[in-house]
Design a protein around this ligand. Sequence first.
Ligand SMILES: *Cc1c(COP(=O)(O)O)cnc(C)c1O
Length: 366
Amino acid sequence: MHPLHTDLGVPPAVNASGKMTALGGSVLSDAVVAAMGEAARHHVVMDDLITAVGREIARATGTEDGCPTTGAAAGIAIAVAAVVAGTDLARIEALPDAGDAPCEVILPRGHSVHFGAPVRQMIALGGGRPVEAGSANKVSRDHLTGAIGPRTAALLYVQSHHAVQKGMVSLAETVEAGRAHGVPVIVDAAAEEDLRRWPGTGADLVIYSGGKAVGGPTSGMICGSARYMAACRAQYGGIARPMKVGKETLFGLVQALRDYGTEPTGDHRARMAKLADRLSALPGLTTRVVGDEAGRAIHRTELTVDPAAAGRDATRLAAELAASGVHLRDHQAATGRLLIDPRPMKPDEEEQLVARLTALLEEGTR
Ligand SMILES: *Cc1c(COP(=O)(O)O)cnc(C)c1O
């Protein structure tokens, strides 16, 4: 802990919720911190660095080329700008006014999510006009193709636990539809763990967060064909300028990409089963281990809160825990369920979590 944690009155938080931007993304490895620290001590030619980092992104994702960004959100805006303006300098400098260029970005309505900000707004920032196809819980291939016209710039597919998981057109169908109509497909795979899987679907531009699965600093990346990546990087002379990535971040991202997947992640399933067993003894909690809602290889401990026995509902319990510095995954709190994500939690933090929960639920022990 740094003295500034105390001076600023913002102590480190126990993160049991996952790789959340709201909790600072990832905790960085010593190697990543060292790379960032050393990068900070030297000047470099930034254009050359960005191009070189693009090659590293390409290697990690199995694509032709890449473009680093400040995050996946910036990645959406820049990818949209790239398909709208390409490398045409006049168009790049006129964005977010797309002029007479096709600028409609079609997305399944169930993918029009809020990840901390609306996806729609990131599209607009890049000069696109979001067009939602179908309904919130039902979008077929025909809904997508029916929306494609002369004003279409791209199809956007959001691969995320935030998106509606049923009744949606598949990515394979989306890529087919894009191919059939000569329209590029952008995939927001911000929090996905498999960096090669989504470009492998044939999508043209794929966006990842660098601060989530990869474990890098607050950053992001776009990968895809050389033509689109050149267009993405060209946006740094336009709308991407206020989203520019620093040299320290670029070094940290590359180090994280090089280290990604080399360290065994361990089987969190057994760890979560043990935790579920311990917490099941607390009043008002029913526990079990559940798989990830978006199909990633993550197992979490699920707590179902019985408000009568626990003395508060799940939303309230999550708020009380957060007030004491312990943050659970609370997307499903409205249905009485809280999740514990093993990935960002150190063993001593797991003990702090158990202690806080025990203190709150077992009256008088606090
Ligand atoms: C987290 C997230 C983003 C934003 O990512 P940042 O790297 O924080 O900008 C965008 N889309 C989805 C689906 C996300 O989960």
